[in-house]
Design a binder for this molecule. Structure first.
Ligand SMILES: [Zn+2]
Length: 379
């Protein structure tokens, strides 16, 4: 626990995130659930944990997303969707518009500087030196998703850590999500390179006439049922290459796609509720700090709190701004932790879709529109 003493755990904002506010006993609880290596575990146990595939018991992705799914399209429906948020604007994902953040930054870890200094030393001395440990492994890729982080959130002056990534690496102005611009189709597109109609996750919730069954992204049974998940997620590619892939949440990571699990993965239910954004980044850092024999080549991590705050409170206001700041702070923990490791690491931060506010003033009543001969059916 003392290892975490410098980290502010009060970094969450909404009801869902409040559940992430983990007490001091969290670390032990987390290790109990994960069975994974932790700072206080005996070394032998850590090694065992690092070498085995680890499945951890299963919460729901974005309960508010599901609420959005359930709302009928009837025109007389009150347009605000989220519980306990009376008279607030409705927020929904925006399709086919460039509203998604993509920050891709090659983070120059301190290790790279060390390696460079060593290479320079070789040149100066004119004699070869033993290969540094930092050069014995290909750089690790850490892929982090901040759900529902709209591209222009980066312009609010609230994200110093994402900004320093962009300044030290590269940034895309935005990303166009695949259709539909929902969490599951896009996250799985990101790791398979496939559109939704090909990778199979065509919505957060959908009916499949062949299976005569409905996929529900909130159901742990569907998260782990490989029949829904097609294509080849990147962690499978890594495992097939004889390397290790660790997933601190990602849609699809709990299913044995192609019969293959990530080397380590977490069950969203119940662990997401137990792991704040900061805790997730600390877990990633633990993984990155593993011995070179078990150290992963790919790590994925996922944060839902910005999406949740947007759905609950809209895309403007103190709540979403706080969520943005807290997600950025978690990224800061990750970056600072990586800088302290003697491991070459590339960090890629993405989002899955944007978000926009709706309002009662912009509701279109189809019946009235038809009566006004605005629809072909009335002509
Ligand atoms: Zn999402």
């Amino acid at each position: 626990m003392k290892k975490y003493a410098h980290v502010d755990d009060d970094d969450e904002v909404d009801d869902e995130a409040a559940a992430f506010d983990v007490l001091d006993s969290e670390a032990a609880s987390h290790r109990k659930h994960t069975g994974g290596p932790g700072p206080d575990m005996p070394e032998a146990e850590q090694q065992q944990g690092g070498q085995q595939q680890q499945q951890h018991s299963l919460t729901s992705f974005d309960e508010l997303d599901e609420e959005l799914e359930r709302v009928p399209l009837a025109a007389d429906r009150k347009p605000w969707l989220c519980k306990g948020v009376q008279h607030r604007v409705v927020v929904a994902v925006l399709t086919a518009v460039l509203l998604v953040i993509v920050v891709v930054a090659s983070w120059a870890a301190m290790a790279n500087n060390v390696a460079l200094a060593q290479r320079l030393g070789e040149l100066t001395a004119g004699t070869p030196s033993p290969t540094p440990a930092t050069q014995q492994q290909q750089p690790i890729v850490v892929l982090v998703s901040i759900d529902g982080f709209r591209a222009d959130y980066l312009a609010r002056g609230l994200t110093p850590n994402l900004s320093r990534m962009a300044a030290g690496g590269a940034r895309a102005p935005a990303m166009q999500p695949v259709f539909p611009s929902a969490t599951f189709p896009n996250h799985y597109a990101l790791v398979t390179g496939l559109y939704a109609e090909t990778h199979g996750i065509v919505a957060n919730t959908f009916y499949d006439p062949v299976f005569n069954a409905t996929f529900r992204y909130t159901l742990p049974a569907d998260a782990t049922d490989a029949r829904w998940w097609a294509g080849e997620p990147i962690w499978n590619t890594v495992v097939k290459a004889g390397k290790r892939a660790y997933c601190a949440f990602w849609p699809g990571s709990e299913a044995a796609v192609q019969g293959i699990h990530p080397s380590v993965y977490l069950s969203y239910v119940p662990l997401a509720a137990e792991l704040s954004n900061t805790k997730r980044m600390q877990l990633v850092l633990e993984w990155l700090g593993e011995d070179v024999a078990t150290r992963p080549s790919l790590v994925t991590a996922y944060m839902s709190s910005v999406d949740s705050a947007g759905h609950s409170y809209g895309t403007e206001g103190p709540q979403i701004d706080l969520a943005i700041q807290q997600a950025d702070a978690a990224i800061g923990v990750l970056l600072d932790g990586i800088a302290a490791l003697s491991v070459p690491i590339n960090v890629v931060v993405v989002s899955d879709h944007g978000m926009t506010d709706l309002s009662p003033q912009r509701v279109v009543f189809l019946g009235k529109a038809q009566a006004a001969s605005l629809l072909p059916a009335n002509k």
